[in-house]
Ligand binder design. Structure first.
Ligand code: TXA
Ligand code: MG
Length: 324
């Protein structure tokens, strides 16, 4: 059922059920983070490998010391500056967080989501919410309640409808390794914004080369194939490919004032932002990929964005979608 009732949502969660919740980034599949059984249900519903840990969503900064130890002051500073918002920090966990949440890692990922309904919901609970994105493993993250309904509706009893997600791509994940700040996933807060606060960071968004997919990886969002639509996606400008694929139904993802000189009825153009606004483009990315996947398009061509700000995060999602 889709609804906007936080009391129903709270009751289900207190009973150990798993429900979908809205956040500013993407919808989450949430359960009581202190309850290993509830968390196990999340993995099952999502068909997610157990080595892939979950983010813990908390209501405010005061909650940090309840679940984390010795938080590095740079990470705490980032959390203060960007919360509630699309930032996740990776910190040492306390035993109250069950190992299944972190896939056995001594570190837990935490964030304060910026969505009024979910913040009100968290206020009603005396536990935080473990929640991955509410999509089947490796598919596109949902940015509306309807998308969750279509993908997982038969597996969960309640979807808390908070409308369309404003940011539209997942949170940026930051941690500290050997005393150096590391970005593990590009997301809704840009690298530039983070560096403005704490100085240079290392970007480590790909899986270390010596590890395979079924070993524990530092942040499994680093898996090469991720966020993938079912349709084939190739990266580049449409002009490069048009002659090779002209007998196919094509979706072209672009931005800005792209003066395309193509009079071919088999191309549908999806312009993510005519004014080249990267925030707008990010907010439309997954929704657009999802829409294209539902259509009769056979192949997607996507132009890369300028490699700065949220453009970096968008390009990261496009490149992973292309590597299937
Ligand atoms: O915006 C978001 O972060 C959304 C919303 C729902 O909050 N959540 C989300 O969760 O994207 P998920 O599970 O789809 O992606 C979380 C990423 C995964 O790549 C996971 O491996 C990593 O965070 N992660 C979570 N806990 C971790 C931990 N303890 N250590 C390392 N990586 C962790
Ligand atoms: Mg995900």
């Amino acid at each position: 059922m889709i609804g906007q009732d936080i009391s129903i949502a709270a009751e289900l969660l207190k009973k150990g059920e798993v429900i979908a919740i809205p956040t500013e980034t993407v919808y989450g599949l949430a359960g009581n983070a202190f309850d290993a059984f509830a968390v196990a249900k999340i993995f099952e519903i999502k068909n997610r490998p157990r080595f892939n840990p979950l983010i813990v969503h908390i209501k405010d900064l005061d909650y940090v010391p309840i679940i984390a130890n010795n938080v590095d002051e740079r990470l705490m500073h980032l959390l203060k500056v960007f919360s509630p918002g699309p930032l996740t920090i990776l910190v040492h966990k306390k035993p109250i967080i069950p190992d299944i949440v972190t896939a056995g890692s001594p570190k837990v990922a935490i964030r304060i989501p910026n969505h009024p309904l979910t913040l009100q919901l968290l206020q009603k609970l005396d536990f935080p919410l473990a929640a991955p994105s509410a999509n089947p493993f490796q598919y596109i993250s949902p940015t509306s309640a309807q998308q969750v309904e279509e993908q997982l509706g038969n597996k969960i009893t309640y979807i808390l409808d908070g409308g369309k997600c404003q940011v539209g791509i997942e949170s940026t994940i930051v941690g500290i390794e050997n005393n150096i700040p590391v970005v593990y996933r590009l997301g809704g807060i840009s690298v530039e914004e983070i560096e403005r606060e704490i100085g240079n960071v290392v970007i480590q968004i790909n899986q270390p080369k010596n590890k395979t997919d079924d070993e524990t990886v530092i942040t499994p969002g680093q898996l090469k194939k991720h966020y993938a639509p079912k349709k084939q996606l190739i990266i580049g400008e449409l002009q490069q490919y048009i002659n090779q694929i002209k007998d196919k139904k094509i979706a072209y993802i672009t931005y800005g004032k792209d003066n395309l000189n193509i009079n071919s009825s088999n191309v549908t153009i999806y312009n993510l932002s005519e004014t080249q606004n990267l925030l707008e483009a990010a907010s439309k990315l997954f929704e657009t990929l999802y829409q294209i996947d539902q259509s009769d398009v056979e192949i997607i061509v996507a132009k890369l964005f300028p490699d700065k700000g949220l453009g970096k995060s968008i390009n990261d999602r496009l490149k992973r979608a292309a590597s299937s």
